[in-house]
Write a protein that binds this ligand. Structure first.
Ligand code: 3PG
Length: 395
């Protein structure tokens, strides 16, 4: 793929697709992680003398203008972080205000256009809307890896009209992810948690063919444990997926991928904060027990395996990390990973919405080699699916 190194932007207008789909509460942005990620690209474009026109979606307004999903509050947050004015342009893309706003602008100016999803053509990848976006500039820079799984007018269509390159945040994502599945230091350990096997089946099937070890935690592990004949009491389980879970294990065996399932669990009678808990082996889960976290022996099992591998890719919490004390297993493993990553012996990459939140809660995000800013796009990448926004940059 091409990057900012491959084009000359001086005196040009760069249309930059960013992912400013950030949480906004009462008119204020409550998490600026995604805003910070795009700063290097924006600074570079400004320093090189380009005008910058930013395109992003926010939420899912279904092709209509929705005042509560306006990007206006995000413009103020971006301006504060960038330490320069960001001009917000209100438009529903049918009124010509976007192009009119460019009149009289100078190199170094930054404009943020209104939510691309206020027009139905964004999600249908309407060529006319893509052309309208393209008419705002001379080059297209995609810095929104986290929206790259969408074949939308601002992520895909426009890339076929203007010279298209990856921004620095997109480049960093692709390079970090490339070192995990395409060209990794082996062995590679995939640590997969979360609630459901059904939503992660494609991902598991892809990973067992590519990595040397898979560790499974979270409620999805209950389905695997049940499939192996372990008692799981009243724990969350997908009974209709037991056969599928067995098939995943068979596929892993055939591909030479070791599967690590929990060997112990933290259980309780109900899921609530501060409830009384017990730690039991997976053979001793009682009829009324709920499995809510991995236990210390499982943490140790995962930690031992971490010593043997060179690359870790992690998606999904290992317990109900939103409810204390069921965050302990995830936090313990996260710290062990961070310690190893800091020594340089392990390349540790994580991604996905819940995972990012869990690592933030554990306070280890900065100590990982790379934490993706993507949710759905990270999962689709783990599934081995081509991402339309990335493919369009290669064309
Ligand atoms: C995200 O937050 O994961 C991206 O911005 C994509 O949002 P979407 O799922 O609404 O397309």
């Amino acid at each position: 793929f091409r990057t900012l190194d491959d084009i000359d932007v001086a005196g040009k207008t760069a249309v930059v697709r960013v992912d400013l789909n950030v949480p906004v509460e009462n008119g204020a942005v409550t998490d600026v992680t995604r805003i910070k990620r795009i700063v290097p690209t924006l600074r570079e474009l400004i320093d090189k003398g380009a005008k910058v026109v930013l395109l992003s979606h926010l939420g899912r307004p279904k092709g209509m203008a929705a005042p509560d999903l306006s990007l206006e509050p995000v413009a103020s947050a971006l301006s504060a972080i960038l330490a320069r004015p960001v001009r917000f342009v209100a438009t529903d893309w049918r009124d010509g205000r976007a192009s009119a706003a460019l009149e009289g602008t100078a190199p170094g100016d930054v404009l943020l256009m209104e939510n691309t999803r206020f027009h139905p053509g964004e999600e249908t990848n309407d060529p006319e809307l893509a052309a309208q976006f393209a008419s705002l500039g001379d080059v297209y820079v995609n810095d929104a890896f986290s929206a790259a799984h969408r074949a939308h007018a601002s992520t895909e269509g426009i890339a076929h009209i203007l010279p298209a390159v990856a921004g620095r945040a997109m480049q960093a994502e692709l390079e970090a992810l490339g070192l995990v599945l395409q060209d990794p230091d082996r062995p590679v350990f995939a640590l997969i948690g979360g609630a459901k096997v059904s939503t992660k089946l494609d991902l598991l099937v892809n990973l067992v063919a590519k990595v040397q070890v898979i560790g499974i935690g979270g409620a999805m592990a209950n389905t695997f444990l049940a499939a192996q004949g372990h008692p799981i009491g009243k724990s969350l389980v997908e009974s209709e997926m037991l056969g599928t879970a067995r098939q995943v294990i068979q596929r892993a065996k055939a591909a030479g991928c070791a599967v690590l399932l929990p060997v112990d669990a933290v259980v309780a009678d109900e899921l609530s904060a501060g409830v009384e808990t017990r730690t039991v082996s997976v053979d001793q889960v009682g009829a009324n027990d709920l499995i809510l976290d991995i236990g210390p022996a499982t943490v140790a099992l995962f930690e031992d395996k971490l010593q043997e591998v060179r690359t870790l890719v992690w998606n999904g919490p290992l317990g109900v990390f939103e409810v204390s004390p069921f965050d302990q297993g995830t936090i313990a493993v996260a710290r062990a990973v961070a310690d190893l990553a800091e020594t340089g012996r392990l390349r540790a990459v994580a991604g996905g919405g819940d995972t990012t939140a869990a690592l933030n809660q554990a306070g280890v995000t900065e100590r990982f080699s790379y934490v993706s800013a993507a949710g759905g796009a990270f999962l689709e990448w783990l599934e081995g699916r081509p991402l339309p926004g990335v493919e369009a940059l290669k064309a």
